[in-house]
Design a protein around this ligand. Sequence first.
Ligand code: MGD
Ligand code: MGD
Ligand code: SF4
Ligand code: MO
Length: 737
Amino acid sequence: MTEIRPTNCHFCGYCCAFLATVEDGRVIDLKPDPTRYPYDERILAGCRRWRMNLDVLDSPRRVNYPIRRVGQRGSGEWQRVSWDEALDDIAARLADLRDRHGSGTLASMIGGPHASFWPLHRFMNLYGSPNNMGIGQICWNPRIWMDVITFGWTIEVDIRFGLTNALFIWGTNPAQSDNSAFWQTIRAVGADENMALVCVDPRFTQIAALADIWLPVRPGTDCTLALAMLNVIIGEQREDRAFVDEWCHGFDELAEHVKPYTPEYAAEFCGVDAADIVRAARLFAEGRTALVSGRGIDQVGESVAPTHRAICCLRAITGNVDRAGSCIMAEASDFTSEVEFELTDLMTPEQRALCLNTPYAPLQCFDGYELVRAQSEKLGRRLPERYMTSASPDLVLRAMETGDPYRVSALIVNATNPLLTYADTNRVFKALMGLDLIVVLDYYITPTGAIADYVLPCAGAIERPIFQIHGGVANMGYGGPAAVDPYYERKTDYDIFRALGQRLGQGDHWPDETLADAFATQLAPTGWTWQDYCTIGIYHIPPEPEKFLKPDADGKPQGFATTTGRIELASELLPQLGGQRLPEQGAFMRLCPPDLVERLTAEGAHHVVMLTGSRKQPYNASMYLENPKFRASYPCGVVEASPTYAAELGLSDGDTVKLTTGQGEARFTFATAKMRDDIINVDYGWWRPEDGAPHAPDFGGIWESNVNTLTSCKMQEPLIGTWAYNAIDCLIQKCED
Ligand SMILES: Nc1nc2c(c(=O)[nH]1)N[C@H]1C(S)=C(S)[C@@H](COP(=O)(O)OP(=O)(O)OC[C@H]3O[C@@H](n4cnc5c(=O)[nH]c(N)nc54)[C@H](O)[C@@H]3O)O[C@H]1N2
Ligand SMILES: Nc1nc2c(c(=O)[nH]1)N[C@H]1C(S)=C(S)[C@@H](COP(=O)(O)OP(=O)(O)OC[C@H]3O[C@@H](n4cnc5c(=O)[nH]c(N)nc54)[C@H](O)[C@@H]3O)O[C@H]1N2
Ligand code: SF4
Ligand SMILES: [Mo]
């Protein structure tokens, strides 16, 4: 029998709607579905991935049954086992390890937003471990934390044609990273004569090419740039006086603080034109300004939190907070939020005390969360707790390596490939090789899966329902139903954690039998059924502007949910955590020791500053590299520099170059591209999935062109524990062989 069923692609966060033609439980065709959100012809036309869906659904590379390691760790010898065998054994070993070493002994790793991560978080919380390593510290958390601390809650960009005066794209490149949804809006802004576009990026991106002003900032100096813009605005009295007087706390202190940050000073330090800084500052203060930032400023080590704080101050003193055309304070969700689904509240004080981040990252830990929670509870809202407190890889790896302060012996890896995407591959590899138990949930045997004890086969898009939410900071969820039951013996991540949880006595806390049931439970407070949602494809109530003016119970404007009830330019909360009252530029991460620099420069290497991981279509981190069409157009990992810098470094297109830091080395192909004349840009995620299931000793090529062999996860930023992927030093030399 042939049926047409709604479903969604999930090769990026946009989750486009599709119609699947299903015959005997197998999908034989897939077409875009114009009746449901999200559907946009321009996006589909610009998307190179969606036609891969059927290949991926039944790729010969997929893991279809649970497999158990039989040889040495990493040997590539596997045995197929039944789900019961796998789950019984994993649960028994986890129970035994907890008896011997305590509940902190289990760690987990997550990655980009490929799956719903709350099932893993629920499992970890009920097991009693705070050791969820995530990428939160360098992806999303810094902005969310600083917005909430400064404004009382986080914000959503609000671009309105005819109202917004300027759009700042700061350290993000949606042209490559957003699979073109937001990129389409930016293109329209570029074409709109009434809206200025400003791009702050060391590379000349497609957005820089459209921009009225391109500020090619020296990597990691954005905090200084923002402070200089504040200097101009305040010096020229361009602040929104009425808004500042009524709603901002600490303006005079801020004015004093930014005095030394003149445009001339910043021009020298940031490597941009003083006149451009002044122009950008004036634009920011003129009318409604929208700003979007991204990983470029989340991944620069010590300056991360101050940079976000300086940007918060820019928004605030120009009156661009919770206003139409700039940004609007997000609303809590009508549906059950992630934090309620994670069940973090069930962790005991003893289990919370196992959190390794305290006191090294005093904000990104349970204590820091409690302080901020006390504020936002005035609004009746909570951030997703497990993500916002996610454990520092540096500290968890150290516990694996040394047993200090307790032994971390087991690891669950959920939808991530840390041997390619976590910082410091050599360290991650060594630490993992010494563990007693590694369980990987993935579609494929990745290099990380290759060193696991079990690889558990996961159901992907089309085989599982999707309810994509925004961590509890938007009243929006989208996606749709599965078109088919999982192929072979694959299971959804939810089913796997539930089945493991049931074996460990967590049964009462997993009431929903399936992931779709859980989503239906989550939606229930909205009055929508799962069926309603699947028909429409989205639940979305856009936030309303100027909520700070709404009357509270006493008839007074409700203001902002901070200690002072106003926007905190000078923070009253951060100093309680050892942080700065006012933002200051931090130091850069340096990974090349002097003796290494001396030795390699004597051999002809150059000591340079690099960016790593700038997104590029059609790939996503370590995914999709096996696609032959993609590889024909983009065959290998690349290092880029401007033509001027290339000449200085003695490099030409096509050269093989070696990059070295104190952490390790990697080789890439060289190419020129337009960017600042004093940096290099290095691809990330490169390995060779086309060689078949990876195993020792080369693990699919992770020791060749993997930029994270060069990086370090050492905590740099003293509140959140952020490390750096950008603005790092390295040594570059041409390989003669
Ligand atoms: N194709 C593709 N798309 C993706 C992903 C992918 O791997 N591939 N990953 C997804 C994920 S997990 C994420 S988090 C998002 C990230 O999406 P984006 O935030 O857009 O991430 P990047 O491409 O890294 O963009 C960072 C930009 O910042 C610039 N930059 C680097 N250092 C600095 C600096 O010091 N200052 C400033 N101002 N700019 C700097 C870089 O040149 C780059 O253009 O993309 C998502 N989309
Ligand atoms: N040098 C450098 N390193 C970086 C970054 C950088 O800019 N530079 N960016 C960082 C950032 S922001 C991020 S988010 C990370 C991304 O890092 P990762 O998330 O580790 O990157 P991916 O390669 O996308 O790995 C996803 C893995 O999950 C599997 N997968 C996909 N969907 C599912 C699913 O539904 N269930 C399960 N079980 N598995 C699934 C895929 O097969 C793949 O193996 O990288 C970080 N690392
Ligand atoms: S990859 Fe993203 S943009 Fe392309 S079809 Fe899939 S969900 Fe849509
Ligand atoms: Mo990310």
